[in-house]
Design a protein around this ligand. Structure first.
Ligand code: ADP
Ligand code: MG
Length: 152
């Protein structure tokens, strides 16, 4: 199953992400893939807003993980761009299995450590303002979540 959603403006991507943030439950894991400038951080900012986080969310490239606790559910924002999947246990499970929502940018870098049930999001840049957002739900909970997201 996959859903393809077109976005023609930054705000449209933000709106979709806010709605997703509103629907997410504790323990959710979201991965974001896309080239630099595709909109991964833009999407995460919207998602954070949907979780009720007021703090500004920016890319955690240099810190790998940033934690936001002022929303409805904690948000763990990871950017693993600089990591290699050595298979070494780096303690990600603690976040994936925790009560927060984990968003992983460049998740393919740690493919082997990701939980099987999750929502994979791929963003393709089609033009200056045009994006194709592909939602790939893995597991029943995420299939239901995506149905709600795209139909609601
Ligand atoms: P990434 O984290 O993937 O490197 P960013 O979210 O930091 O990307 O940057 C995406 C840039 O593209 C932002 O400047 C954003 O305003 C712009 N942009 C233009 N159109 C869109 C769109 N439809 N959806 C998302 N971002 C868009
Ligand atoms: Mg980014």
């Amino acid at each position: 199953i996959k859903h393809v959603v077109k976005s023609t403006h930054t705000d449209e991507t933000t709106r979709l992400a806010i709605r997703l943030g509103e629907l997410l439950k504790p323990g959710a894991v979201i991965t974001l893939e896309g080239d630099l400038g595709a909109g991964k951080t833009t999407f995460t900012k919207g998602l954070a807003k949907g979780l009720g986080i007021r703090k500004n969310v920016n890319s955690p490239t240099f810190t790998i993980m940033k934690e936001y606790r002022d929303g409805r559910i904690p948000l763990y924002h990871m950017d693993v761009y600089r990591m290699e999947d050595s298979g070494e246990d780096l303690g990600f499970d603690e976040y994936f299995e925790g009560d927060g929502v984990t968003v992983v940018e460049w998740a393919s870098m740690i493919e082997e450590q990701l939980p099987k049930e999750r929502l994979d999001i791929r963003i393709h840049r089609l033009g200056d303002d045009e994006r194709e957002i592909i939602l790939i739900p893995l597991g029943e909970d995420y299939i239901v979540l995506c149905e709600e997201l795209v139909t609601g």
